[in-house]
Design a protein around this ligand. Structure first.
Ligand code: ACO
Length: 713
């Protein structure tokens, strides 16, 4: 990769609206990719200049052919390269010399098969001329704004408002095909392949400002650019729905099994949390993503929480209600109001409660009446319509009725449908979808899609989304740097516990009082000044597992116990580690753990997102229940507070089972400070505060033990 300062402009306008395109490797042979590309470009109605480049041919698909990109009659904005890998670097040079702005390199056979050096040469060569590179190893791009299908995927694409970015070539082509069969319209498709230069970050940035794009779908396998992605999405002013399909969930199990924070780096948990932090919606798979895109591309966002279910079947109504709970949708439950709204649409033996059951006998008119009542009522903000196939209803008149009512209230509130049954239901679903009314084959899918609209609506209202871009707390940087310098000088990546605590103290965290004593007399003096009970711990760079080595004594109540403990620690450690350099002992304030709550605050360097912080309750909560929350650092105090509230075991901190409520704000402050420590000191690979004891409200929290590991140099 070249330096960021060498990277040319990232204005992608000419990539999506080129005035002239060259296809290098264009072929007269209709089976070749170079032929299909020219065909699709012409077929899609692109009205700019198209220049096939081929050294042997005179004419391809009725177009004049040029021997070299330098020979074209007008300047080329975009050159699509489809020549074998061994020619690509030379072709890139020629394009650079000819002033081509963007290269779309279709050719495979670079980084993905281990040839990173040629890939780097491609980018370096292009950047010398101010040219940007998409690919290599991609299927091309589609841009509805330019009527341009410069891909070798399907020839027919429905223009619309969904932007699609795919890291996988084969799956990207498949997704393109699926948008056609599902009747979903696209504003753009971009295959990013090896991401040698342009990655999903720049493309996402472009699509979020592109007026034709209403929502964005990304398929991602992995990224090294997570932090830049988070920064970019944080800065985006207009929040469009961004749905992501990210493969690799199953890695969680293995990764999360280890209890220390660093082992979670690169894990799916981090991805999941990061996506939520920056307001991206993660779909479970292709079907769910397409379901959501259908809703986003046709429906407005809700303007309030009240959802109503209208159904002709009690059972599916209950299923939908269950799904609503899972997707955090709130069903309007004001029975009197519901009765007033729906009494004219529901028969005696039906129910005006929510789900509103118009019963299996309901005909098209009854369904339309109920729908009309829901859509016209201001206090209802979203409607889920369910229909179980019955012999009494004529499918066509019902869909026509639904379509008429929905179009009357077009854009007022989101409406989703589920048509459950056989052929007739499938036919109705198709008819509704053709009219841009989202209809699904199961109640769960309809609810999940409305759930996605609601989630995005909540993201939009959240003021604190994304990573935090503010100055943060002030630290004693001199002390922190001195500690790290000392460890580096001694070629250690593991800081001593005392050093780790020095760093954390310099970052503003609170330790129990602690004094270093070099002798028995100093130990007693230290204990007297701290106040009993105290804890005594050996200090030696050569003794790592202090407790197991007899180097720790707890709950020392008076002078005599301090004297005995000191003698015992020295004797045992000298006996077990005769060669160890023993500096002395620390005498520490004994924190009453019973009165507080054991928590863990961690920091790690994630390969995708960079510095990340973690919070959870200690012991089984982390180790067995994996009940932890993550954020990409740095974060504000309010985000840290949300992290604390987010864990399932939060009630334990909030006074569950008659316990005193704990100092939650102090815990959040500690996480906030660790997030800035991880961001500012990039030498820290991993940090574990385990435990951080959170005392009762107003009493703060204290670091009992801490480990800091530096990156190996
Ligand atoms: N300038 C112009 N034309 C040239 C040059 C050049 N420097 N060098 C060769 N050509 C011409 C060739 O003469 C040929 O034209 P012809 O048919 O008239 O002889 C044309 O370019 C193509 O060259 P071929 O050697 O025939 O190569 P072919 O078309 O078989 O393969 C390709 C080229 C498609 C780029 C191949 O090397 C490749 O990388 N394939 C994989 C593409 C891919 O899958 N990309 C990822 C997409 S996503 C997914 O996974 C689905």
């Amino acid at each position: 990769m070249t330096n960021e300062s060498d990277v040319p402009s990232s204005d992608l306008e000419a990539l999506f609206r080129p005035s002239a395109i060259a296809v290098i490797g264009a072929s007269a042979n209709s089976a070749k990719i170079g032929h299909i590309l020219v065909h699709h470009i012409l077929h899609s109605g692109y009205d700019g200049a198209v220049y096939p480049i081929n050294p042997k041919e005179d004419e391809i698909l009725g177009l004049d052919v040029y021997e070299n990109v330098a020979d074209t009659p007008t300047a080329v904005d975009v050159a699509i390269i489809a020549v074998p890998a061994r020619f690509v670097v030379d072709v890139v040079e020629e394009c650079g010399e000819a002033g081509v702005k963007f290269l779309i390199i279709v050719t495979s056979g670079f980084g993905e098969v281990g040839d990173l050096s040629t890939e780097r040469r491609i980018v370096e060569t292009a950047h010398q001329y101010g040219t940007r590179v998409l690919g290599p190893n991609i299927f091309g791009i589609y841009s509805a704004a330019a009527n341009l299908n410069a891909t070798f995927g399907p020839a027919e694409i429905i223009p619309g408002n969904i932007g699609l970015i795919s890291q996988s070539g084969a799956l990207g082509i498949a997704l393109m095909g699926k948008t056609v069969t599902e009747g979903l319209g696209l504003s753009a498709i971009i295959s990013v392949g090896n991401k040698s230069d342009l990655s999903e970050v720049e493309l996402l940035d472009h699509l979020t400002t592109d007026d034709a794009t209403k929502s964005i779908l990304i398929y991602m396998e992995g990224t090294k650019d997570g932090h830049r992605l988070a920064e970019t999405v944080t800065k985006i002013e207009e929040r469009k729905p961004i749905v992501i399909i990210k493969s690799g969930r199953s890695a969680v199990g293995a990764k999360a099994a280890a209890s220390h924070t660093g082992s979670l780096a690169g894990s799916d948990r981090v991805f999941d949390s990061a996506f939520r932090q920056i307001g991206m919606l993660r779909a479970d798979g292709i079907n769910e993503a397409f379901n959501w895109m259908r809703a986003f591309s046709t429906q407005p966002l809700p303007e309030g929480e009240n959802v109503v279910i209208i159904t002709n079947g009690g059972g599916v109504g209950v299923m939908a209600a269950d799904a609503c709970e899972r997707h955090h949708l709130m069903l309007l439950d004001d029975t009197q109001r519901l009765e007033k709204i729906f009494r004219d649409s529901v028969p005696e033996f039906g129910s005006t409660r929510n789900p509103v059951d118009i019963t299996g006998q309901a005909d098209s008119d009854a369904y339309a009446r109920a729908l009309d009542a829901a859509l016209s009522e201001e206090r209802i903000h979203a409607v889920i319509g369910l229909y179980c196939e019955t012999a009494t209803v004529d499918a066509e008149s019902l869909t026509a009725g639904i379509a008429e009512i929905v179009s009357e209230y077009d854009g007022v509130k989101p409406v989703v449908f589920s048509m459950i049954g056989g052929e007739k239901a499938a036919q109705m679903m198709g008819l509704l979808n053709d009219r841009s009314i989202p209809a699904y084959s199961s109640p769960e899918e309809a609810v999940s899609s409305l759930g996605a609209l609601y989630q995005h609506w909540r993201y939009k209202r959240e003021s604190d989304l994304g990573i935090t871009i503010e100055d943060g707390p002030s630290f004693d940087m001199e002390t922190i740097e001195a500690v790290i310098h000392r460890a580096r000088a001694e070629e250690r990546v593991q800081l001593l516990e005392t050093e780790a605590k020095e760093v954390l103290t310099a970052a503003g965290l609170t330790m129990p009082q602690s004094r270093l004593a070099h002798s028995l007399v100093e130990s007693v003096e230290a204990a007297e000044s701290i106040g009993y009970p105290v804890v005594m711990k050996v200090v030696s760079p050569d003794i790592v597992h202090k407790t197991e080595s007899g180097g720790v004594k707890l709950n020392l109540l008076d002078e005599q116990e301090v004297v005995d403990a000191y003698r015992s620690i020295m004797a045992t450690c000298r006996e077990r580690f005769p060669a160890a350099h023993i500096v002395g002992v620390t005498v520490n304030e004994m924190v009453n753990v019973q009165k507080g709550m054991e928590t863990i605050v961690g920091g790690l360097t994630d390969p995708a997102f960079g510095p990340v912080v973690m919070f959870g309750l200690g012991g089984i909560y982390v180790e067995i229940l994996k009940d932890v929350s993550f954020r990409v650092a740095p974060i504000s105090q309010s985000k840290a507070l949300k992290m604390v509230r987010e864990i399932r075991s939060f009630p334990m901190l909030y006074g569950a089972r008659g316990k005193k409520i704990k100092d939650i704000r102090a815990a959040a402050e500690a996480i906030y400070r660790v997030s800035y420590l991880m961001t500012r000191i990039d030498e820290i690979a991993e940090l574990d505060i385990n435990p951080l004891i959170v005392m009762k409200r107003g009493k703060g929290c204290k670091v009992l033990d801490a480990r800091i590991t530096l990156h190996t140099q």
